[in-house]
Design a protein around this ligand. Sequence first.
Ligand code: BGP
Length: 478
Amino acid sequence: MRFPENFLWGGAFAANQTEGAFDADGKGLSTADIFPKADRKTGGMFYRTYDQILEAVSDPDSMKYPKRRGIDFYHHYREDIAMFAEMGFKALRFSFSWPRIFPMGDEETPNRKGLDYYRNVISELKKYNITPIITLSHFEMPLNLSLKYNGWADRRLIEYFLRYAETVIDEFHDDIRYWITFNEIDATLHIPLMGAGLIEEKTEDIEKTKYQAIHHQFVASSLLTKYVHEHYPDLMIGCMSTKNLKYPATCRPEDCMQWLYETEADSACTDVQVFGEYPYVWKTMWRKKGITPEITEEDAAVLKNNTVDFVSFSYYASLVTSADGSKKEKTSANLLVGEKNPYLRQTPWGWQIDPVGLRFSLNQMYDRYKLPVFVAENGLGTIDVFENGTVNDDYRIDYLREHIREMGKAVEDGVPVFGYTYWGCIDCISASTSEMSKRYGFIYVDQNDDGSGTLKRYPKASFRWYQKVIASNGEDLD
Ligand code: BGP
């Protein structure tokens, strides 16, 4: 299999899971800064009560809220980027922290020190010719927008997001070509606080409100696409969702019908940003549930006339579905819970490892959208044992080898994949549990779940392996 000559091999992480420095240089509190650590037994922690949020706001303890310290990328970025360059990264997908630029979210002028920080990071990447791929909102927003407006429930968030996004694109358009608006925009439907700043206790009908919130996000994404296409036509702006790949439990028609329905529903977020309109499965579901989002004629025109230039997705695992799955044994895959697949192994967090699923997903995405496709996240989060100054993560090499091999088959199938940014290229704070011990990285970070540790960085065995993969443009997977 031959990957395109300019294939963007690299890594990915998020500001809220790595930067730390939660209150440095004028940054405002983010919705990520209020989550204490959970663990794989309790599962992901995505919900906070209003009182728990206020308690976090009044608590300066960064050790209790792991995303406030991340892995201190804020002060380690030169060292970390040098290690990415040593691996040969062509691209780095990361996010800007919205509250680092607009601390309260609704102020008129940006925080200059926040812009200066990202100017320094971009300059460091340019030194090594690493292409930045920026996500504008990755599971965080100024906490003030959540407390004061209930996040994206309020249409004014469109204006505030555009002010932030246009500010950073005006500032960095010469150095950043690839932009993604929202990380896993579908998260608003599954984890509305992390995805859209919705405080469920302050929300009259969360089911209806989350569809109104995601509609506001779609409109904001389309208006930004319009702005970019009109002002900076050589930039590429894309959308990103979780690829919730499922298989029908059996060939029984009822199971396959359930699979088809769920697959159509899970494609809706990318459908809206590529086709510029809501799919019939959502309209039918809204009608049956009495959900009537306020969609003005102007909104509909904005969505229709400003669609994305590329599609991207996160892929970690797959699930099974069936017509009567209620009694089936369940497991999780990123943000979803579904039925177990007897043919697949699981990580300690129950995510089912399915390399063929990446080929399946890439074909599905290109078959449906006929746009360039980018794998924004794929990775193995598991327990690593640090000894003798490294981690012998052969299991991570195996995971990568199998997934890259299947991605290569998708290239041979004719899918125009243009990049792969391995998630968690450096150990960071888990999105769902705020643990450090769920490690993804090619680089081990000496920090424990409780925040203790030296923060020193150490290459794992996978560091050298991935270096070889990139040097051979995906040919040498041994
Ligand atoms: C995705 C997020 C990432 C990342 C990944 C792994 O949903 O886009 O932020 O964290 O999941 O999830 P976790 O960190 O919970 O293992």
